[in-house]
Design a protein. Sequence first.
Length: 94
Amino acid sequence: MRVPYDGDECYVHGDYWIVPFDGSRMEWVASDHGIPPLGKRPVEGGREADGSLLFHAIGEVDGVRVVGKAGEHLGGASLPFGGEERHVDYYEVL
């Protein structure tokens, strides 16, 4: 699995788990600039080393939809693509 971290596209070696998508309770919702969608509760995807919340995100880079992370402290979403961490202002959160 690839994740964005510290400007790079990093590979995770070892154990990790993937959130199973449940279409009856979950949806991808448009979001931008790190602002959570009003009236929605984003699915928490982890925390930064300083404790800042991260949420599951999907955005577009060079015409490709890529999964990554979003958070208010990021001001958008960070996506792993082409060997680097790419930032997008407009994306969707789970």
